[in-house]
Each structure stands twice: as C-alpha cells, then as structure tokens.
Design a protein around this ligand. Structure first.
Ligand SMILES: C[S@@+](CC[C@H](N)C(=O)[O-])C[C@H]1O[C@@H](n2cnc3c(N)ncnc32)[C@H](O)[C@@H]1O
Ligand SMILES: [Zn+2]
Length: 160
C-alpha cells in the first residue's frame, strides 16, 4: 500500500515536472553525476551544430542581480549589460546544463539570443556540459566535473 502510494506520488511528481517544463527538441533532464539534475542529449548533435537556445524570462540587469544574490542555484544567463534570461521560469532544459572543465558545448550570443553549439559530436545519453567561464557563477564554488584537467572551481579561479 505504502509502495503504491509512493509510486503514485512519484508519477504525479514526474507529471507535474513535465507539465511545468517544455523541453527543447533532443534534450532531457535527468539526474547528473556532476551535480543535481543535468541536461542530456536524446539525439545526436554533430560538432558545430546548434543544440538549442536558452529560454526563460527576460529580466533587466538590476532584477538579475537581485535574483542572483538570493539564489543558491543560479539559472540566470546575461544577454548583455542590460538584460538577462532567467531559465527558472519557462526554461527549456538548457537551464540544467552543468559546468565541466572539459565541456562538450559552448555558448554564443547572437542578436540577443543565447545559443548552445556542440564543441564535438554529442550522442544520445551524453550529458551536455558547458564551461561556466562566461557566466555569472561564482568562482568560489568547488567543481565536481571529474575531468582530468578540472580547474577546481566552476568559474575562473585557478586560471592564469
Ligand atoms: C544552471 S544550474 C545546473 C543545474 C543543477 N545541477 C540543478 O540540479 O539545478 C547551475 C548550478 O549547478 C551547480 N553546478 C553546475 N555545474 C557544477 C559543477 N561542475 N560542480 C559543482 N556544481 C555545479 C552549481 O550549484 C550551479 O550554481
Ligand atoms: Zn571541473
């Protein structure tokens, strides 16, 4: 009985999660070995091909700073010095991309759109990872990417 209730509970949680988040094509959100949940490929993305665009709520810089200050997990990405996108609302799965010191994708801002491209061939099941060096993440957070060349932090610290 308790097991059945647990199952119903987790099915409901999964349904609520899928109702809330509309994933970009070829992406899934699953538990990650790096940190919490991560963004995974369900399709092949060849080197140099676009993976997806960062989606979310468009917010002015002052609001981005206020939110970034109050949150432990940061899902805010700056477009320029005036505007940012907060993926916590209306994100499409790209807001779960974890950092790796040996990433398989990179981010490019093009005409105010934040786009992710494959740095090398990405296959279904691969976790999509980015170097957070261009983001607003703190350089104090210890990195858990597990790469051989891990610099130890998810942002710049340690780099020459
Ligand atoms: C955009 S979220 C990524 C999704 C996050 N894993 C989750 O479950 O919500 C960014 C946050 O994930 C964590 N994170 C991402 N990459 C990490 C890494 N390589 N090592 C440690 N923490 C990481 C940090 O807390 C960071 O602020
Ligand atoms: Zn690392």
């Amino acid at each position: 009985m308790a097991a059945r209730r647990r199952l119903q509970g987790s099915a409901r949680a999964a349904k609520l999660f899928s109702m809330k988040i509309k994933l970009a094509e070829g992406l899934a959100v699953r538990k990650s070995k790096i940190n919490g949940k991560g963004c995974f490929a369900t399709a092949t993305f060849r080197r140099g091909r676009k993976i997806a665009e960062y989606a979310g709520e468009l917010i002015p810089d002052a609001e981005a700073e206020r939110r970034a200050h109050n949150r432990r997990v940061l899902r805010i990405c700056a477009i320029n010095s005036n505007w940012s996108i907060d993926g916590s609302r209306w994100g499409n799965g790209t807001h779960y991309i974890n950092h790796s010191c040996q990433p398989n994708c990179y981010m490019k801002i093009l005409y105010n759109h934040i786009l992710f491209y494959a740095l090398r061939d990405i296959h279904p099941g691969d976790e999509i990872t980015l170097d957070y060096v261009m983001t607003l993440h703190s350089d104090k957070k210890r990195c858990a990417c597990g790469a051989e060349n891990c610099r130890g932090t998810i942002n710049k610290a340690g780099q020459s």
